[in-house]
Design a binder for this molecule. Sequence first.
Ligand SMILES: NC(=O)C1=CN([C@@H]2O[C@H](COP(=O)(O)OP(=O)(O)OC[C@H]3O[C@@H](n4cnc5c(N)ncnc54)[C@H](OP(=O)(O)O)[C@@H]3O)[C@@H](O)[C@H]2O)C=CC1
Ligand SMILES: CC(=O)[C@@H](O)[C@H](O)COP(=O)(O)O
Ligand SMILES: [Mn+2]
Length: 381
Amino acid sequence: MKKISLLGATGSIGLQTIDILLSHPDQFKLVAFSAGKNIDKTKEIINQLQPELVSVQDEKDAVELQKQYPTIHFTSGTKGLVDVATHPDSTVLLNAVLGSIGLEATLAAIRLGKTIAIANKETLVTAGHIVMAEAEKYNVPILPVDSEHSAVFQSMNGENRKQVKRIILTASGGSFRDKTREELSHVTVKDALNHPNWSMGAKITIDSATMMNKGLEVIEAHVLFNMPYDNIDVLLHKESIIHSLVEYDDTSVIAQLGTPDMRVPIQYALSYPDRLQVNNSERLNLAQIGQLHFKEVDFDRFRALKLAYQAGRTGGTILTAMNAANEAAVSLFLQGKIAFLQIEDVIENIMNAHSNILMPDLETILHVDSETRKTVLSMVK
Ligand SMILES: NC(=O)C1=CN([C@@H]2O[C@H](COP(=O)(O)OP(=O)(O)OC[C@H]3O[C@@H](n4cnc5c(N)ncnc54)[C@H](OP(=O)(O)O)[C@@H]3O)[C@@H](O)[C@H]2O)C=CC1
Ligand SMILES: CC(=O)[C@@H](O)[C@H](O)COP(=O)(O)O
Ligand SMILES: [Mn+2]
């Protein structure tokens, strides 16, 4: 029985994780979880899985919940994320919280030797060098949940990683993949939230539409698999059936395929190295699909992806600045305060003005993160 701490339980990845835990009560036990502001879902999860510890974003919600559930321990805020991640009974942390707020909790869990299943890509983008160094020091596996990275990980199983020539990340192209840049100036939040293949949280759906999601994933792949940026490619593949590919020295290419269902990579990170049944997941029928499509990426059309490669190749605090600028800009777009194309403008302006520091420590990263968010807010006022 694996005992799980789960960050971001009320989100898209979080709820799919709950579904997995409910379908395999003999394999997994949820001991602690965090939620943000969705208290109805929080109560539902408590009733379904009876954890020992729950964290919510606001202290007042924790106080209220404590009165209703006296046998469960409630906590809140960023300290609450750390409390969940470090619960003494859990051996695995599944981090599915949104944004770089997940960083300190991840580091705390690593330092206690817990296995990390990571969906929270912003943590790896903002401080990948620290996370991976700590994981090595404490001999902790970092298992990818992101579909592309799970595909890469699966395509490397049993292979000699020194013989990997290239990682090829597939990209759907997002909600606006068939639009020109001119057409992008008129798009709405509602249009942007309409991803062609995946049902996901709002922020990642917007990231997918700007292709910053793929940019974050390029950096995530560099961090997780220690691969130079020149050996990480992005390939447009509109069906999201091939989740990513790995090319080897002998020209062989190994890929992982499947219908787009995030429960598959989430569960694999939890059950690894075993594979379990995924309830009601559609089996892949290539004959029925008939054709798969591939296209080269146009970096002028998808400017955010170009900026992410640039930040990745530079390294240092520019990664934190880029990520925080993106998080802040996407939030402003979702609130209707900036236009879609301004997301890229904000990121580019922040990157151009940034004084870079290489190999930053945690304190520097947290400082750059919060200062960047303030700067972005001041830019739109
Ligand atoms: N969705 C997907 O299919 C995929 C997602 N990912 C990555 O996984 C992560 C989660 O994505 P997704 O599930 O879509 O996101 P959602 O927005 O659906 O969920 C985010 C979760 O984080 C919680 N949360 C948000 N802000 C805070 C905060 N300040 N303090 C505490 N909790 C907070 C939310 O709580 P509440 O809702 O209660 O307010 C919710 O539980 C992201 O890093 C994303 O890039 C990666 C691959 C695929
Ligand atoms: C499901 C998942 O892993 C997302 O990150 C997905 O990859 C988004 O799709 P695109 O970024 O390719 O549009
Ligand atoms: Mn992905």
